[in-house]
Design a protein around this ligand. Structure first.
Ligand code: UD1
Ligand code: UDP
Length: 370
């Protein structure tokens, strides 16, 4: 049996690795082990519970106001003994978090091959997203197997002369969506269960990126206030990330406002089905940029660039920046112009068909000659 240790620590990694972990468990010749760093605690556990993933190892690293150095050093020192105990044939990491970078480095130090899921994304700006751009470059450099969501991700890696296997699989987030979205879905969250989606148009808002801390958050939140004033049928639902750098300004500016619902982070199945019932999405999240086009929901990206240009090229996503006036103007277009709205919502989803996990398992089996 080929022993595969998946190492991850945050909510988006858990959601995107869970379908793959289940698929590894179903694939003859592969054995799955899971180690969570718990760089996130509550938000990670929420995601694990939805998919019924029980970690074999839990490093329980999260601390309030943790620094990047805290996470990096905690993962590096904590993972060594786990790698020694389990001696996996392959370590899998995902995406661009500091957990992923440090886990890939720890595996390299132990001379264990690393597979990178969601490989090859690039913004080509080392400080945006920060520190994710350099994390993902280093993950790719440390890995020998690269599972790319799209062909253009694979092209990025080939252009860098990347060593090892580079293969296009689609994004496992679409596998997760297919597992969780249901027409007859009932929400766990009492607030969402009681929400009347037929009473008007609802916008799903999320924002958590480090580059948006401070002035950009203020601009984004002011645009939200202006939109609710200008459009009486409009409601916002904002599941607020647990980072105090997000919760504090979000509740200060948007708390106790008519037609703006702030809630704690919700389970992935609630979020995906909530997205399915919304008119459109305003977000700085990476995962939401991939999920919303698969559900036919236009996305306005609250950033100045994206490492996910495919859905922008297909017309499903627009990068609108972080200025109040720009966000207000671009959202207004989609609220006022039904043809513009239809064009975005009918654009093709470029991130896969829900079979990425299967392709990754086939590629691993072939690579190791199973
Ligand atoms: C991390 C990732 C980012 C990813 C995001 C997904 C890095 C450097 N950043 O950013 O790439 O987009 O996760 O959400 O890897 N907290 C809680 N409970 C939780 C989670 C977080 O209280 O369940 C609070 C803690 O105070 C923690 C803080 O949020 O110290 C920041 O968490 P951290 O993982 O360092 O950064 P994120 O902004 O979440
Ligand atoms: N998500 C969730 N509950 C929420 C908000 C988001 O389950 O309240 C999911 C979302 O569907 C996506 C992932 O979390 O799969 C995105 O995580 P986040 O935006 O924190 O990180 P990013 O994708 O930007 O790294």
């Amino acid at each position: 049996m080929l022993k595969i240790l998946s190492v991850f620590g945050t909510r988006p990694e858990a959601i995107k690795m869970a379908p793959l972990i289940q698929e590894i468990g179903r694939t003859p010749g592969l054995k799955s082990l899971v180690c969570v760093t718990a760089q996130h605690r509550e938000m990670l556990d929420q995601a694990l519970a939805v998919f019924g993933v029980t970690p074999d190892y839990d490093m329980d690293l999260m601390r309030p106001a943790q620094t990047l150095a805290d996470i990096t050093s905690g993962v590096l020192t904590g993972l060594g003994p786990i790698l020694a105990e389990t001696s996996p044939d392959l370590v899998l990491v995902h995406g661009d978090t500091t957990t992923s970078f440090a886990a890939a480095l720890a595996a390299y130090y132990a001379k264990i091959p690393v597979g990178h899921v969601e490989a090859g994304l690039r913004s080509h700006n080392r400080y945006s997203p920060f520190p994710e751009e350099i994390n993902r470059v280093l993950c790719d450099r440390l890995s020998l197997l690269h599972f790319c969501p799209t062909e253009s991700n694979a092209e990025n890696l080939r252009a860098e002369g990347t060593e090892g296997l580079v293969t296009v699989t689609g994004n496992t987030v679409i596998d997760a969506l297919h597992m969780l979205v249901r027409a007859d879905y009932s929400f766990h969250s009492p607030t969402l269960a009681a929400f009347d989606f037929s009473a008007g148009r609802t916008i799903l808002l999320t924002a958590h990126r480090r580059e948006n801390f401070g002035a950009p958050f203020e601009q984004i939140f002011r645009a939200v206030l202006r939109l609710t004033e200008a459009y009486p049928d409009l409601r916002f639902i904002y599941p607020v990330h647990r980072n105090p750098a997000v919760t504090k300004p979000a509740y200060r500016v948007l708390g106790n406002r008519a037609r703006i619902t702030l809630i704690d982070p919700v389970e992935a199945d609630d979020l995906h089905n909530l997205m399915g019932r919304c008119y459109m999405v305003l977000t700085d999240s990476g995962g939401l940029q991939e999920e919303a086009p698969a559900l036919g929901k236009p996305v306005l990206v609250l950033r100045t660039e994206t490492e996910r240009p495919e859905a922008v090229e297909m017309g499903a996503v627009k990068v609108v920046g972080v200025e109040e006036a720009d966000i207000f103007r671009e959202a207004s277009v989609l609220l006022d112009d039904s043809a513009a709205y239809r064009r975005m919502s009918l654009a093709v989803n470029p991130y896969g068909d829900g079979k990425a996990s299967k392709r990754i398992c086939q590629a691993i089996s072939a690579y190791f000659g199973i």
